[in-house]
Every structure is written in structure tokens, then in C-alpha cells.
Write a protein that binds this ligand. Structure first.
Ligand SMILES: [Fe+2]
Ligand SMILES: [Fe+2]
Length: 147
């Protein structure tokens, strides 16, 4: 059983509101975890229904930032987001009557966020560092809140 979803520090972008939005997506999933653990299925449904709309606005937010930054791989990132949304829409339409199916959906949605970060967002991170818009990972130190 899943205890709680967490985004590893290595996946932090430290740029504008990207991390905050990734965390908001994960927070929805964790509220779903709590709802499932306490058999509050109405709360589960209410929370899970917020996930796709928030993912849509997160993707739009990133694309706007990338456009403003003159990111050269914007087109492929947009394409990646489109595929991710298709996948999310397919996941959320699945029958999730059983508890096992509900857990599976949560895990799939979390995997989707992780895929967004590892397959696409971190490439934007490299671009931001290379173009001098933010510090390198080493300059930030190993952990974000270790000051
Ligand atoms: Fe993202
Ligand atoms: Fe992204």
C-alpha cells in the first residue's frame, strides 16, 4: 500500500512556481491517499476530480514560462504535455470502483507527474542554467531547505 507520495529533492526546479505546482498536484494525490485510508470515498472522488484540471493549468503555466524564456525545445515540451494529458484522461476514465483500482490510478497519476519532471522539465532546467537564468544544482546545495 502507498503511504504518501513525495517528490525527491533531485526533481526540484527552483524556478518560478513550478515546484509549488508540482507539489499541489502531489498534495491532491496525498489527500486521496488519506481519503482511501479512511474509507472516505466521496472525498476521494472530489479530490481526484481536481487533478486533471490542475495538470492542464500547470502545463500551460510551464509553456508560458518557456515561451517567455525563449526555450528552444518548447515544441517538444508541448508535445510531451499533450501526450501526458491524453494519458491522464485515459487513466481517469478507467473504472475505479475497486480499492485496488483507486490505488492504481493514484500511482499512475503520480508517475505522470514524475514523467513530466524527469522527461521534460529537467531539460528546461538545464536550459535555464546554461542560459544563466538560474544557479546550478551544485550552487544551490544538495537540499533546497538546508539553510
Ligand atoms: Fe511540470
Ligand atoms: Fe512539463
Amino acid at each position: 500500500m502507498i503511504e504518501k507520495f513525495n517528490i525527491p529533492d533531485a526533481f526540484l526546479m527552483r524556478f518560478e512556481k513550478i515546484d509549488e505546482q508540482h507539489q499541489e498536484l502531489v498534495d491532491i494525490l496525498n489527500r486521496c491517499v488519506y481519503a482511501l485510508s479512511s474509507n472516505s470515498f466521496n472525498i476521494f472522488e472530489e479530490e481526484i476530480s481536481k487533478f486533471c484540471p490542475l495538470a492542464v493549468s500547470h502545463f500551460k503555466y510551464e509553456e508560458d514560462l518557456m515561451l517567455a524564456a525563449g526555450y528552444d525545445a518548447l515544441e517538444s515540451h508541448i508535445d510531451h504535455h499533450r501526450v501526458a494529458l491524453e494519458h491522464l484522461s485515459e487513466i481517469s476514465k478507467r473504472n475505479h470502483d475497486s480499492i485496488e483500482a483507486k490505488w492504481y490510478i493514484l500511482q499512475s497519476m503520480f508517475d505522470n507527474i514524475v514523467m513530466d519532471i524527469t522527461k521534460a522539465d529537467l531539460k528546461f532546467d538545464e536550459f535555464l542554467i546554461a542560459s544563466g537564468r538560474k544557479l546550478t544544482r551544485v550552487q544551490y546545495g544538495s537540499a533546497p531547505n538546508n539553510s
